[in-house]
Write a protein that binds this ligand. Structure first.
Ligand SMILES: [Zn+2]
Length: 513
């Protein structure tokens, strides 16, 4: 490709918005915003990513095409189609891939925007686990070739790969002591045991105006950790989920959704609560009917909690779980954030930001059953498959790579994603003549090159080359020729060397460069 013909110029300045990486991508002519559009250089990076994605998902995959703009999110559409098509164990494992635009209401809590999706349908848990480990390893490999790092995934029903970066949007927690790090919504947490007490009988106390945990704790003179916090969410089917957690902790909506079989939740309205017979501000898990109760295991860490009495102005003391109420789900629902304790060393977490580049979701047979997804086993029985969903966010990967791999002069592309491996610069008349020769030679050998054949000063050409950031810069000039060849410089390193063009070609093709 000749720079003189390349669509999209480099810019000296762009609007001061977005991350530094995004601004560099705009300056270097990879993209423009308002509306977001990828120019040829950016489109080539996306093509490289698509190729890497193809390696991740492997050959045994079938492509699905879904038109945009449907009411259902694309992953839900795919599940619905599968629920009608999948009939027998002979069709499993089944892997479907699609490119999608994720909207606001993803039941799997995928972020809005462009995604490459892989949905794997597995007949049993063992194969689901194998699929998960295989995909983890492939995502880790993708991050490695993109020169990105993210906290390693942990066992669970959900995971997000987040590349730590102060200019990012997503939240991470980091343990300053042992180094454990994870997305806030998925991180494991420590639940400090409370001093043991003899369980007391339930008793109602007047707590006028105490509709928050803070006001309740200070009114009764108890620590927040001795209260049971009630949080309400409504699913898409209108069902209410009543989540209970210790008052000093918060609920992760994502963990709760995965526990409920992946339903898109939203905070319940006061009207919905009243309709369900729940008194807002004084809600009680005791005696509640017609809602699903989910309990965080923090309620197992102590006795005699304070909880709502489901009566305006009253709370119950001496609440003991599971003596006084039962749960439809009990487990880990806690949101990790700064100050919450690390599960491995009990130090307080610190929070950090980052770029969310990929997600994994695991959905079990119960959830498949609820979605009408089933198959006939060899024994002619009905069974429900496991579904493993992997999502890669190509625009975010590109932004994260630009953010992490750069210096004050511009981008520094990893080989795997660079639109071209070589940026060829010809200077002066002699340089141009020799450059043309080298350009056709390289092209003849199937090597993609960006050839700066413009009538511009060396300064302009070097500045642009540094800004665009291709892995190798090759300069042909009167000076280099008089010194015996072409000047070769790696974008990532400071020094350059002059070698004969044949040597460069040989080294490049043997992979030494
Ligand atoms: Zn720790």
């Amino acid at each position: 490709m000749r720079v003189s013909k390349l669509f999209g110029r480099t810019l000296r300045q762009v609007e001061a918005k977005g991350s530094s990486g995004l601004r560099l991508l705009a300056r270097a002519g990879f993209l423009r915003w308002d509306p977001l559009s990828f120019l040829p250089l950016g489109a080539m990076v996306l093509d490289r990513l698509r190729t890497i994605w193809g390696n991740i998902i492997g050959p045994d995959v079938q492509k699905l095409y879904l038109p945009f703009g449907e009411a259902l999110s694309p992953e839900e559409q795919a599940l619905r189609i599968a629920s009608r098509e999948v009939a027998s164990y002979r069709e499993l494992p089944l892997r479907l891939e699609l490119e999608a635009e994720i909207g606001k209401s993803s039941p799997f809590y995928l972020p809005e925007g462009k995604a490459f999706l892989l949905l794997s349908f597995l007949p049993d848990e063992e194969m689901a686990q194998e699929e998960i480990s295989g995909l983890w390893a492939k995502v880790e490999e993708l991050l490695r070739v993109c020169r990105l790092q993210s906290p390693p995934p942990a066992i669970g029903k959900g995971w997000d790969w987040i590349v730590p970066e102060p200019e990012g949007e997503e939240r991470l927690v980091i343990c300053p002591n042992c180094g454990y790090s994870a997305p806030s919504v998925w991180a494991q947490v420590h639940r400090e045991p409370l001093p043991q007490e003899e369980p007391e009988p339930l008793r109602e106390v007047a707590t006028p105006g105490c509709t928050t945990i803070e006001s309740l704790a200070s009114f009764l003179g108890v620590p927040k950790s001795k209260t049971a916090k009630a949080v309400f969410y409504t699913g898409e089917d209108g069902g209410i989920v009543f989540a209970v957690i210790r008052g000093d902790m918060d609920v992760s909506e994502q963990k709760l959704s995965s526990a409920m079989g992946w339903v898109k939740l939203r905070p319940s309205t006061e009207g919905e609560l009243l309709f369900a017979g729940i008194v807002p501000g004084y809600a009680s898990p005791i005696g509640v009917k017609g809602v699903k109760v989910a309990v965080d295991s923090s309620l197992r860490t102590g006795q005699n909690f304070v909880a709502g009495a489901n009566r305006e102005g009253y709370h119950l003391m001496g609440v003991n779980y599971p003596r006084d109420f039962q749960a439809d789900f009990e487990g880990d629902l806690a949101l990790a954030k700064a100050g919450i304790q690390c599960p491995f060393c009990q130090s307080a977490f610190e929070s950090a930001s980052g770029f969310l580049v990929a997600s994994l979701r695991v959905s079990g047979p119960e959830s498949s059953s609820a979605r009408g997804l089933s198959f006939n086993t060899p024994q002619k029985k009905k069974a429900n498959p496991w579904v493993v969903l992997l999502a890669l966010y190509p625009y975010k990967v590109m932004e994260a790579v630009a953010q992490v791999n750069r210096d004050e002069k511009g981008l520094i592309w990893p080989k795997a994603l660079a639109p071209f491996p070589i940026h060829l610069i010809a200077l002066g008349e002699e340089g141009l003549a020799e450059g043309e020769k080298l350009y056709s030679q390289l092209k003849g050998q199937g090597i993609e090159v960006l050839f700066d054949d413009r009538d511009e000063s060396p300064g302009v050409k070097f500045t642009d080359a540094d800004l665009i950031g291709l892995p190798w810069r090759v300069v042909v000039s009167k000076r280099s020729l008089s010194q015996g060849g072409i000047e070769v410089k790696s974008r990532a390193e400071a020094g350059s060397k002059i070698i004969p063009p044949e040597d460069f070609l040989r080294e490049f093709q043997s992979g030494n460069l």
